[in-house]
Design a protein around this ligand. Sequence first.
Ligand code: RM4
Ligand code: MN
Ligand code: MN
Length: 393
Amino acid sequence: MALHSQNVLAALDSFRIEVPSWGFADTGTRFGKFVQDSAASTLEEKFSDAGQVHHFTGVCPTVALHVLWDLPAGTDLREVVKLSDKYGVRAGSINPNVFQDQEYKHGSLANERPEVRQRALDHILDSVLLAKQLGCRDVAPWLADGSNYPGTANIRHRKQWIAEAFHKVHEALGPNQRLLVEYKPFEPAFYHSDIGDWGMALLLARAAGPKAFVLVDTGHHYQAQNIEQIVAWLLSENMMGGFHFNDRRYADDDLTLGSIDPYQIFRVFAEIRHWEWEFRQRADIAYMIDQSHNLKNKVEAMIQTVMTAQLLYAKAVLIDHEALQKARTEQRLIDAENCYKDAYETDCRPILRDWRKSHGLAEDPLQAFRASGYTERTSRERGVRKKGASSYA
Ligand code: RM4
Ligand code: MN
Ligand code: MN
């Protein structure tokens, strides 16, 4: 056990997770928005909130930015760099937005109209440039493209248009940049989504070029789909680029990671750790959070998420991969399964506390954040949210 704790401590040293800027802003549902006085409405406030998450957890040095929400045309990037210095968090993945403008009513890169496709492509190319200028590695477009009624879309043409556009985006990438292709089975489109599953994302990424990989948003699957199998296949194809972590009960609910099915996330980490054990190297995967909380305090929810991610990761590190592989080879099913169970059922909270202590962090980041009075201060300073001035994520 002592040895295993050492493994966990060492593994936690390199575990980083990115927070989304949009997780700090006021958001809501299709039916309404409940504003919080302390919610961020400017980029500075988002950096400030993300800085708090990093300050108390020590593992979130980057914040994902959504181009239209955070870096609208005319944004002075030097200001963004200043914010990084001031709040101690850097810009992370850059998320183009080709889904909210009126032009995209019938799609973006897969629109029937070439001028709309071009506009969407130009925006994504601009996003690549922004990412370069900010020193960001990953550009992660998510397309809302799809159709609502059978027969209304030429699915093959649309696939081809997206493939051609992604190829052009790929050509624009810097040597260390990556294109992450995200998929989602439905919503906003309810008949077909152009990038509807991991297989479609994989083919598009492959066609784009060697710096394109798949992004798995854990909320973007049908009920009961085996996400860890998808992860295992992507690892085996060397195509696993990153995650958008969140939990869900019904659809793309964007609930707090591990709130509904923590064992699911553990199983995802288990596949990654097993690959790392087998190949004796760390998988190059961007762990990112994609959540928006309309009811919970946003910074608290993000800290809760990060702590949950660390905990589930730590449990996966505890898996005895030698024993697991041996049990598999010898077809001892119960023993193999129990390798998972034993690790999952181990209480890793004491190890996490030790890890935090050894890094000069508060043992309980959530309590420490609450005690800091940040929410009270920002509630006062930021005042009452303006109505309808925010985005949905
Ligand atoms: C989508 C998808 C994208 C996110 C948007 C806001 O459902 O998850 O990653 O950027 O929401
Ligand atoms: Mn996502
Ligand atoms: Mn989503």
